[in-house]
Design a protein around this ligand. Structure first.
Ligand code: NAP
Length: 294
């Protein structure tokens, strides 16, 4: 069994990005700039946004964090988005999800300019992905693709099960694994809460990408020998022995599943770190495109 080491990979990719930023500056260009809007005080969201800002600093990007109170209205948030859409200094931006209940997420996603939508959630970018056109692919699936590519995992003709059909992970992941490219060209089965014969599908899978948010759902007896398992899940499980009061668990029962796998990604230290790195890659792409257009 070999670990799909998100920490090591993301360090390597960040060095490559930093090198490209140096080249841009040497050539008299502007540093890429990523902005993030955070609404309210969700602890997990604050941690994710902080890690995105820190990663920008590590690779030499400019970054901008806009913190808004939990009672921000939808209209106020739309005004902030409009400002970022028109801010020439900002190459790409994200609105950290989830948003407070009184704000319609889809409305917010659709207000972001597709050219600055480095999270890849806008229907324009999702549509491009479905059609095999060049757009922004959402950060987590993009990070998983990068991981499979850099570990040279064979995907062509393989049975790939994607567990979970969310708009941000499962659905784009299934499109990427079935596209005519590497990594891709797999035979994809997309499973969800209404799927029947889930165990049979899983047992038949050469590659499993688990994104359902149920801690340790995937057990050893659900996986075939030699499978590649990518664990996307991140759940905070109460743990009195930890200072934070919780421990992070993936969707995979690692100690049971890992011995059967050819490759497996751990939680933490796997997909989560690749997600942040992939956001940086999308921002670099946004900046390069915008400045090439000028
Ligand atoms: P989500 O919106 O939470 O949806 C969960 C999906 O799992 C749904 O499609 C649901 O089916 C399916 N599901 C739920 N119970 C199931 C079951 N018993 N059997 C089969 N399918 C089941 O998904 P998400 O936003 O992609 O999040 C999934 C997990 O990934 C969470 O732990 C999240 O924190 C984590 N995540 C991690 C990263 C990262 O960077 N590592 C990024 C994003 C998300 P239905 O559609 O039928 O309801």
């Amino acid at each position: 069994m070999q670990l799909l080491d998100g920490k090591l990979l993301s360090q390597q990719i960040k060095l490559e990005i930093a090198e490209q930023v140096r080249t841009i500056k040497i050539n008299g260009g502007k540093k890429p700039c990523l902005a993030a809007i955070l609404v309210g005080n969700n602890g997990a969201s604050e941690t994710y946004v902080a890690s995105k800002v820190k990663s920008c600093q590590e690779v030499g990007f400019d970054s901008k964090l806009i913190k808004l109170p939990a009672d921000t209205t939808e209209r106020e948030l739309l005004t902030e988005i409009n400002k970022l859409n028109n801010d020439d200094q900002v190459d790409g931006f994200i609105v950290q999800l989830p948003l407070p209940k009184h704000i319609r997420e889809q409305k917010i996603i659709e207000a972001i300019s597709p050219e600055k939508d480095v999270d890849g959630f806008h229907p324009n970018n999702m549509g491009k992905l479905a059609l095999g056109l060049d757009g922004f692919v959402s950060a987590t699936p993009n990070g998983i693709i990068e991981m499979l590519k850099r570990y040279n995992i064979p995907t062509e003709g393989k049975n790939c099960v994607v567990l979970g059909r969310s708009n941000i992970v499962g659905t784009p992941m299934s499109l990427l694994m079935s596209r005519k490219a590497y990594p891709g060209n797999a035979t994809v089965t997309l499973l969800h809460s209404k799927s029947e014969q889930l165990r049979e599908h899983l047992k038949n899978a050469d590659i499993i990408i688990a994104a359902i948010g149920i801690p340790e759902f995937l057990k050893g007896n659900m996986v075939k020998e030699g499978a590649v398992v990518v664990d996307v899940g991140i759940s905070r499980v109460p743990d009195a022995s930890k200072k934070s009061g919780f421990t992070l668990k993936g969707d995979v029962k690692f100690d049971e599943v890992a011995p059967k796998c050819s490759y497996i990604s751990p939680v933490p230290g796997g997909v989560g770190l690749m997600t942040v790195t992939s956001l940086l890659l999308n921002t670099l792409k946004a900046a390069t495109r915008r400045h090439a257009d000028k």
